[in-house]
Ligand binder design. Structure first.
Ligand SMILES: Cc1ncc(COP(=O)(O)O)c(C=O)c1O
Length: 341
């Protein structure tokens, strides 16, 4: 669900690659490890040294990135901030990238001021640099504070897996409330972006359990609460779809109300309303339009109008018909008087 929210290129039935973590800090350790291992494997295959990995970030990164760098022995190369510009400058970041860079980490929702870094520009600059150098430097997006905001409020903003170099994204579930503290997520673009050698396959409970986390035992309450919130609050598109459906029903209600004041001329579907009442007693009670006033394209799907001819309406129609007949007699009589003179 989260991978699709971040536009991972997944087929309908394909399973996403990701893991629930203890906040974004653990998520970032895991994502960083995957980048480091991928980079090392590539360097080994090329017969090049792989002992000096570095990572490029803005100086505004949260302390977990410094922890990752120190704990897992990766040099942290920080793009300095400048007066009035408190996030990572993508141009400077791309310049700092070298052959030992395992990834560039961009932040969606800087810890200092909440600002989104320009991931799209960073992606475009690195695509160009990768073409020139063959280094294939990827991007990680630290969406701890923005991952569950941007897809809903700024769906057009390209910061996620729509950008080809974005290989992994983390988000802190607990930063948005309504879940228990201590839940985070990391998702990878594809299975290839998480080296299989980092995944442990255990079988303590009788079935294969793949695990890639720093800890082992953990309560499920956080995952259940997060899942509940995601399906309860929904994705905007889904909500819009639901609203459309609701609107159709509201429109229908409007027609039903109008029908109290007279027969509507058209159905909400655009079809016309049949108002003739059949004089054939055999038609009664089953054909639309004979005992009902009904949409000409009536289907029993809740979206077409159909209202029974209530007795009162039928009586009123009979009364009006007999009045018209009486008037016709009177008119004929008057005509007769006028023409006789
Ligand atoms: C941008 C960013 N990344 C990572 C983290 C760490 O997140 P967590 O507290 O979920 O481990 C934070 C927390 O403030 C953050 O703002």
């Amino acid at each position: 669900m989260i991978a699709r929210l971040f536009n991972a290129p997944l087929g309908e039935t394909e399973t996403a690659m990701g893991v629930g973590t203890v906040g974004s800090s653990e998520a970032i350790m895991l994502a960083g490890l995957a980048f480091k291992r991928n980079w090392q494997n590539k360097r080994k295959a090329e017969g090049k040294p792989y002992d000096k990995p570095n990572i490029v970030t803005g100086a505004n990164v949260q302390v977990c990135w410094e922890k990752f760098a120190r704990y897992f022995e990766v040099e942290l190369k920080e793009v300095k901030l400048s007066e009035g510009y408190y996030v990572m400058d993508p141009d400077k970041a791309a310049e700092m990238v070298d052959e030992n860079t395992i990834c560039v980490a961009a932040i969606l929702g800087s810890t200092l001021n909440g600002e989104f870094e320009d991931v799209k520009r960073l992606n475009d600059l690195l695509v160009k640099k990768n073409e020139e150098t063959g280094w294939n430097t990827p991007i990680h997006v630290d969406a701890a504070s923005g991952g569950f905001i941007a897809p809903f409020i700024y769906p057009e903003l390209e910061w996620d897996f729509r950008l080809p170099l974005v290989k992994s994204i983390n988000v802190s579930g607990h930063k948005y409330g309504l879940v228990y503290a201590g839940i985070g997520w990391v998702v990878w673009r594809t299975q290839q972006d998480l080296p299989d050698e980092l995944i442990f396959h255990i079988n303590y409970l009788g079935a294969d359990q793949p695990t890639f986390t720093l800890n082992f035992s953990k309560g499920s309450s956080q995952i259940i609460a997060q899942y509940y919130q995601l399906i309860r609050l929904g994705f905007e598109k889904q909500e819009k779809r639901e609203m459309k459906k609701n609107k159709k029903h509201y429109d229908m209600l409007q027609f039903v109300c109008d029908a109290q004041h007279g027969i509507p001329s058209s159905c909400p579907c655009g079809g016309f309303i049949i108002i003739e009442v059949s004089t054939n007693p055999a038609d009664k009670d089953w054909l639309p339009g004979q005992r009902y006033f009904t949409c000409s394209a009536y289907k029993n799907d809740g979206l077409h109008f159909r209202q029974p001819w209530v007795n009162g309406v039928e009586e009123e129609v009979c009364r009006l018909k007999s009045e018209v007949a009486k008037m016709a007699v009177e008119i004929a009589h008057l005509k007769d008087l006028i023409t006789r003179n």
